[in-house]
Design a protein around this ligand. Sequence first.
Ligand SMILES: Cc1ncc(CN)c(N)n1
Length: 223
Amino acid sequence: MTTFSDRARQDTTALRDRILELPFNRELAAGRLSRQRFQFYMIQDALYLEQYSRALAIASAKAPDTRAMEQFARSAQGALIVERALHEGFFEKFGIAPVEAAQFAPSPTCYGYTNFLLTVAHQASYEELVAAVLPCFWIYWDVGNHIAADTVPDNPYRAWIDTYSDPSFGQSVNAVIAIANEAAERSTEARRVAMLNAFKRSAQYEWMFWDSAYREEKWPVSA
Ligand SMILES: Cc1ncc(CN)c(N)n1
């Protein structure tokens, strides 16, 4: 039987390969990504994680069983605590106070991605929300492992690589994949198509997020 995650993987194979090939990820793996680009990414990611955590908390509230509720509640907390600790370590390294990060405005891509997740969280089905948050887990796990397998000693971005290739993160990824597959199985084909569309949109935004950090994306016009 073809599961939702099989379909999602098949439909995004080319995009996922393109994510691994992004200059941001290749240079991060080689330890030669400019500090300025990484810093831009970290600030945008801090802004992203806050909204992503809200989307996960809504997934927890909408979940049909306590196992999924717990998983999304833990992940919502993890986005704020584990991932924020990672950011704070880098902010300290780069001499940015954590409070300052919150004073930055989200880039167009960060704004688009978080608004997409929150719109799905508030207006779409639980199943589509699970599909929309899945790439945030799964693609980071793929990228983290891909980079971990091919990095250099003393990479200045080691803590980032270790976080997203850590087996405990892998457990969360597998748990969310299983939740998505179960949700899809219980659904109609029309809802499964909507899930695939939500998954693909988030996967596109993941590509855009790294690309926008590499370009240090600005709003093209100010207000
Ligand atoms: C943009 C983005 N997507 C996913 C993750 C991994 N939670 C992250 N830190 N940032």
